[in-house]
Ligand binder design. Structure first.
Ligand SMILES: [Zn+2]
Length: 330
């Protein structure tokens, strides 16, 4: 993903909506009951590590192939009712063809009351943000940028198998997110999220079964991570940010989920919103050391040393509580 730079005027609007958001959270807090279903951070951590152990998941690589089989096998193990593998060939901005597979695990696919949860499973082929210029052509290990979101989704799959939510859930693992053009200021959003750009043209939904909303998880395992309401999510789907941040607060995760708008990220949620599904991005995009992503982003240091179970737990339990609180319309 790529950080979008905004002028200061937009940031002051963000500050105003932050204050409004805090008051709302206080009211909503009393209505939530914390879910009984327990997210296991150790399991999520292990699912992250398994992916990293395959090596970089660059489209077409051995690690990519192994990881695809791993995700499909885990979904089968966790009782997904339907598993869809959507294969495509996409061309990256350098003109290289990439074999991609979007994977979806569906729980209760008959229900028209649905929630969509998304993470990208590919990793960036080049560590082009590394401080050491000699390392910039090396692949990114992708522990946080890729594997963390997938690890949380796989642990949620385990939970949904153990205790079914009232609504149907689709877990979508998109490919080809992270081979985009990071240089320059020009618009290059179409070079990112190649799997998602294909998926939105072939969604498995009727008008009646369109998901109520989507939640994208990207870089959700960093040490001491802080999650702000991402700027574009707030514009597309403010009520979903309200819902998720209030669940986080009710579960005691105020330290991780800050009720303030920041960032503005080119990521899979943009294309999903444009396809008609309100979708937010939970992403670490305001690190104190950089003002945007964490210092290990798109470097060779995005490894297991920078993954924290407490962060995975805060995100995973919050998303679980959000999904389990959804009521069926029937
Ligand atoms: Zn990335």
């Amino acid at each position: 993903m790529k950080c979008i730079h905004f002028v200061l005027a937009l940031m002051s609007i963000a500050a105003i909506s932050c204050n409004g958001g805090s008051a709302k959270t206080q009211v909503m807090k009393e209505r939530h009951t914390v879910s009984q279903a327990k997210f296991c951070a150790d399991s999520a951590y292990n699912y992250v590590k398994s992916q990293v152990d395959f090596g970089p998941r660059i489209p077409g690589s051995d690690g990519h192939k192994s990881c695809k089989e791993y995700i499909v096998n885990q979904l089968a193990r966790f009782g997904a009712d339907t598993i869809i593998e959507q294969n495509l060939t996409a061309t990256n901005y350098l003109g290289t063809d990439m074999p991609l597979t979007n994977i979806m695990g569906r729980y209760n696919p008959e229900s028209d009351d649905r929630i969509l949860l998304i993470a990208h499973w590919d990793t960036r082929p080049w560590a082009d943000a590394d401080k050491d210029v000699n390392k910039r052509m090396l692949p990114v290990p992708g522990a946080n940028d890729g594997a963390s979101g997938v690890g949380v989704l796989l642990e949620l799959a385990r939970m949904f198998n153990e205790k079914a939510p009232e609504v149907g859930v689709d877990l979508l693992f998109v490919d080809g997110e992270d081979s985009g053009n990071s240089s320059g200021w020009g618009s290059s959003e179409e070079t990112w999220c190649l799997g998602t750009q294909h998926w939105v043209k072939h969604m498995p939904y009727t008008p009646e079964s369109m998901p109520r909303y989507g939640i994208l998880l990207d870089m959700v395992g960093g040490v001491d991570a802080r999650f702000y309401r991402e700027y574009l999510s707030q514009g597309f789907a403010e009520r979903i940010n309200d819902k998720v941040w209030s669940h986080a607060s009710a579960a005691g995760f105020d330290k991780f989920f800050l009720n303030e708008v920041r960032g503005g990220i080119t990521d899979d949620h943009i294309f999903i919103n444009r396809a008609g599904i309100p979708c937010i991005d939970i992403i670490e995009c305001s690190h104190p050391a950089t003002g945007s992503f964490s210092p290990v982003w798109h470097t060779v240091s995005d490894d297991m040393n920078h993954i924290d179970r407490a962060t995975l737990n805060a995100v995973g339990q919050t998303v679980a509580n959000t999904v389990y609180s959804e009521k069926s319309s029937k």
